[in-house]
Design a protein. Structure first.
Length: 302
């Protein structure tokens, strides 16, 4: 039983077509058909029902599929063990929200690149819900999230690395900066700049306001944190952003953190990868460097 035949079978089953599988694998369609036929002859069963232009797994094919996944996993594990002593190489695909890409990851990536220059890093920004899906689908090797809670489900490994306070910010000339406390009701008539829908701390903030009967009418949604900061600095409105994003502007007085009297909002920088993911030597080294550079991380892995 050849591994490439099993791999071809799995791809055909996933994409539900011989032509699409041939394109993905770089084979001629006739080669895909020949490999499936050879596997069926060897096993003595039919793996697909061919219904016109559609193909559907037979009962035997459905039963075989999870075994193929286990065989592939064992092969990857064997390769990992054999490569353990080698210098990390290859590509790591990492996802993170914009705020972490800009303010938490540069020093980490610099340190990793210094030690392992032969490893290619692909960094993909995204919203936390998108990143979770991409880790689950295998599009990302690992991801950094900025979220309130660890992801649900038993398929993901998540580690809390750092608490990230969220600040309500204003220009220093704003009338609310003179208040000893700013309440949700005080924002009813204010213009607020919001991050994209699906952003974790935006969702928390809006839920908190809604619980006080405040539904923002004057709001502007931006995909850029830098654009939000600049709009607030010019006095157009207010915003709620992670402290790490605005720490320089707060230090030099271009922005002010308002004394928020509502429930404190904080999220956590988290490290996420699939439990079934093959941890390559490059990924293993990256995880170790990440854990060293976040010494205050809480040991609460799921």
């Amino acid at each position: 039983m050849e591994l490439r035949h099993l791999n071809t079978f799995k791809v055909v089953a996933e994409v539900k077509g011989f032509t699409r599988a041939a394109d993905l694998l770089g084979y001629a369609q006739s080669s895909v058909t020949a490999q499936i036929q050879a596997l069926e002859e060897e096993l003595g069963v039919q793996l697909f029902n061919r219904l016109g232009k559609r193909i559907v797994l037979t009962e035997a094919g459905t039963r075989l599929l999870p075994f193929v996944a286990e065989i592939q996993k064992l092969v990857e594990t064997a390769k990992s063990e054999l490569l353990e002593a080698q210098v990390p190489q290859g590509t790591l695909t990492i996802g993170a929200p914009e705020s972490l890409c800009a303010f938490r990851l540069p020093s980490l990536l610099q340190e990793f690149r210094r030690k392992f220059p032969s490893v290619k890093i692909v960094l993909r920004p995204g919203l936390c819900w998108q990143l979770r899906q991409q880790v689950r689908s295998g599009e990302l090797d690992l991801a950094f999230l900025l979220d309130e809670d660890k992801p649900e489900g038993n398929d993901l490994h998540a580690e809390v690395l750092l608490e990230e306070p969220i600040k309500l910010i204003a220009p220093p000339t704003h009338p609310l900066t003179e208040r000893k406390a700013v309440y949700p009701q005080d924002l009813k008539e204010e213009t607020l700049f919001l991050t994209e829908v699906g952003c974790s701390y935006r969702t928390i903030f809006e839920q908190q306001l809604n619980s006080h009967g405040i539904y923002l009418d004057q709001q502007l949604e931006f995909g850029s944190l830098e654009a939000i900061k600049q709009c607030v600095i010019t006095g157009i409105g207010l915003a709620q952003l992670p402290e790490v994003v605005v720490q320089n502007e707060l230090a030099d007085g271009r922005l002010v953190a308002l004394p928020w009297a509502g429930q404190a909002v904080s999220v956590h920088t988290q490290l996420l990868y699939h439990k079934s993911k093959w941890v390559s030597p490059a990924m293993k080294e990256f995880l170790e460097i990440t854990r060293r550079m976040f010494p205050s991380r809480q040991k609460t892995a799921r």
